[in-house]
Design a protein around this ligand. Structure first.
Ligand SMILES: NC(=O)C1=CN([C@@H]2O[C@H](COP(=O)(O)OP(=O)(O)OC[C@H]3O[C@@H](n4cnc5c(N)ncnc54)[C@H](OP(=O)(O)O)[C@@H]3O)[C@@H](O)[C@H]2O)C=CC1
Ligand SMILES: O=C(O)CCC(=O)C(=O)O
Length: 444
């Protein structure tokens, strides 16, 4: 296959889907060589079967707001690939959600889930519903209406959704409650559930902790200690909060966090008490990060991202394309030695090129943020066995999965000059497993 031809063809067939094209382009560029070593892949047109989702459900979601007005939103579920297990991936509620964004996420999820070593295929779903400013009752009614359509397409052995942007424990609880009522089963469909009804310990922490575990593995290859390092984190949601929690516990100094309105810069570092404030502000009061600056008297920059602040390590943990080529240059000029992605595809292609050219430690999201879906996989196992593991047990398994993903990246990504290209490593390792599974199961 010729990567550029496959991409052009996909662009022609599926126009106006820039995020999907971007994600596919990154993967194709790095797996071309490995793919072409297997003529049997080309003979079975494996690449198109892998890039185009198995199926896409889209539906109208109708719900009533607190004023009694009837609202409509679009809902989607992309079932991308189930060669190695049931479709698995989060649900995103955000005003920006469209088919292109969910297609990129489902495509990436397929490779990420392959890397975890657990039997999970890739999927993603969501809605252009914005939870911002909505009451608890409105969130509940929306979640119920969303599942009223979605439930017939999911199940513990077919498709297992979870959270993503705008969907946390509260939303998963409401969706699971409605699902159970309709499907009349109490198995493991949905992960990230409450602890009282089948949720795994450490699932809320898993993506952030996992990203730090991956970062530690990268730093270890250079003999660098995390202690005392200055870190810029973006976002202040689930992934960002637990990234910061783990970094603080390891003695790193986190100086930034953000939301979609702006970022805070705290030169003294966010400590445990300040993080508790942020968790309460964000998870309970649904407030804005600006309020942190008012509380602690530090800098707040509206309408900007934190990459202009000096740091040793950057951990983008908000959303896609939040770190541009110019941001990457600024980070590098300021001495940044490592970037580990908590978000999915947060760095633009220009930013990735800059990091790889500078040969810094750069971990793409599909490797570095795989801890979340890994613990989701462990939640599925616990649900199937009808038991629950301790925090220590889950955390140990998470650590070992992240170490394993790191090893796979090094195995497939180490260059002749000794530099590890984690982008190539993650893509080739994730691809080979899915490709072999698809080949073994015939032309479907
Ligand atoms: N949750 C999980 O387990 C996993 C999540 N991820 C990825 O991590 C990232 C964060 O997800 P998560 O923490 O769960 O989501 P949350 O909804 O909990 O938090 C998202 C954070 O990012 C900010 N944000 C969202 N959209 C934008 C935007 N367009 N511009 C600037 N800031 C934005 C939000 O600010 P505001 O509140 O103002 O909207 C919020 O601070 C996403 O890319 C997600 O796909 C990856 C693997 C697993
Ligand atoms: O836990 C899951 O199933 C999905 C997590 C997720 O959406 C992601 O990895 O991007």
């Amino acid at each position: 296959m010729k990567a550029s031809e496959v991409l052009d063809n996909l662009k022609r067939r599926f126009p106006n889907e820039p995020e999907y094209h971007q994600a596919v382009s990154e993967v194709l560029g790095t797996i071309e060589e490995a793919y072409n070593e297997h003529p049997e892949f080309e003979k079975s047109n494996l690449i198109e079967r892998l890039c185009i989702p198995d199926r896409i459900f889209s539906f109208r979601v109708t719900w009533m707001d607190d004023k009694g007005q009837i609202q409509t939103n679009m809902g989607y579920r992309i079932q991308h690939n189930n060669a190695i297990g049931p479709y698995k991936g989060g649900i995103r509620f955000h005003a920006s959600v469209n088919q292109s964004i969910l297609k990129f996420l489902a495509f990436e999820q397929t490779f990420k889930n392959s890397l975890t070593t657990l039997p999970m295929g890739g999927g993603k779903g969501g809605s252009d519903f914005s939870p911002r400013g909505k009451s608890n009752a409105e969130i509940m009614r929306f979640c119920q209406a969303f599942v009223l359509e979605l439930w017939r397409h999911i199940g513990p052995d077919t498709d297992v959704p979870a959270g993503d942007i705008g969907v946390g424990g509260r939303e998963v609880g409401y969706m699971y409650g409605m699902y159970k009522k309709l499907a009349q089963e109490n198995t493991g469909t949905f992960t990230g559930k409450g602890r009282e009804f089948g949720g795994s310990l450490i699932r809320p922490e898993a993506t952030g902790y996992g990203n730090v575990y991956f970062l530690l593995e990268m730093l270890k290859t250079k003999g660098i200690d995390i202690k005392g390092k200055t870190v810029c984190v973006s976002g202040s949601g689930n992934v960002a909060q637990y990234t910061v929690e783990k970094l603080i516990s390891l003695g790193a100094k986190v100086v930034t966090m953000s939301d979609s309105d702006g970022y805070i810069y705290d030169p003294d570092g966010i400590d445990r008490a300040k993080l508790d404030y942020i968790m309460e502000l964000k998870n309970l009061y649904r407030g804005r990060i600006r309020e942190y600056a008012e509380q602690y008297g530090c800098k707040y920059v509206a309408g900007a991202r934190p990459w202009g602040e000096k740091c040793d390590i950057a951990m983008p943990s908000a959303t896609q394309n939040e770190l541009t080529g110019d941001d990457a240059k600024t980070l590098l000029d300021n001495g940044c030695i490592a970037v580990s992605e908590g978000a999915n595809m947060p760095s633009t292609p220009e930013a990735i090129d800059a990091f790889l050219e500078a040969k810094i430690l750069y971990a793409p999201g599909k490797a570095a943020n795989a801890g979340g879906v890994s613990v989701s996989g462990l939640e599925m196992t616990q649900n199937a066995q009808k038991l629950s593991w301790s925090s220590e047990e889950v955390d140990e398994k998470l650590k070992s999965i992240m170490q394993n993903i790191h090893e796979q990246c090094v195995k497939y990504g180490k260059q002749a000059d000794g530099y590890t290209n984690y982008v190539k490593g993650a893509n080739v390792a994730g691809f080979m497993k899915v490709a072999k599974a698809m080949m073994a199961q015939g032309i479907l």
